[in-house]
Write a protein that binds this ligand. Structure first.
Ligand SMILES: Nc1ncnc2c1ncn2[C@@H]1O[C@H](COP(=O)(O)OP(=O)(O)OP(=O)(O)O)[C@@H](O)[C@H]1O
Ligand SMILES: [Mg+2]
Length: 150
């Protein structure tokens, strides 16, 4: 919570290891994130963090299916398991019919859903979500919020 421009997204990006803090210390699972190089931090991010961006940040050149699959590729999940995990999430989010579309062919709410699906598909230790609920609670009756909580 906090007014626009107060630094909420910046703080979440630092906690999600997407940005470096200019000062201070950050321990994640007892590991000093502030002392890690970019490579180590990216590894930790990919292994442990799911991030739902305020502005979705989907990859326009990839389909819905491929966007959701990306974190599993980073984690070297075998192809059979990737297929079943992505299929399961598409089903839970009622997006099966949209799987071969590109992000620009989706509504804003649907893009946000894909962003959430991508954040949770690899079952990360922690999920950071930057204001993800406004559209959902109104248009999806909290369905993805339930997924986020589960
Ligand atoms: N890449 C950047 N370079 C320079 N300044 C930035 C950058 N990103 C954000 N800022 C500045 O940092 C401040 C905090 O931005 P941030 O996005 O964290 O705010 P916020 O609290 O998430 O706002 P909102 O509620 O509008 O999403 C803003 O004043 C913004 O202009
Ligand atoms: Mg913000």
């Amino acid at each position: 919570m906090g007014p626009s421009g107060s630094g909420k997204s910046t703080l979440l990006h630092i906690l999600g290891m997407l940005e470096d803090a200019s000062e201070g210390e950050y321990l994640f699972q007892n590991e000093p994130v502030h002392k890690m190089n970019d490579k180590k931090r990216t590894q930790l991010h990919r292994g442990s963090i799911g991030f739902v961006f305020q502005a979705y940040h989907l990859i326009d050149e990839l389909t819905v299916y491929e966007n959701i699959e990306t974190p599993l590729l980073y984690k070297n999940v075998p192809s059979g398991e990737r297929k079943s995990r992505v299929a399961d999430i598409l089903d839970r989010f009622n997006m099966v019919a949209k799987k071969d579309l590109f992000p620009t062919q989706l509504s804003g709410g649907q893009q946000q859903l894909v962003g959430i699906a991508r954040a949770i598909v690899a079952e990360p230790a922690v999920i950071f979500a930057d204001e993800p609920t406004e559209t959902f609670i109104l248009t999806r009756r909290g369905r993805s919020w339930n997924c986020l909580q589960s």
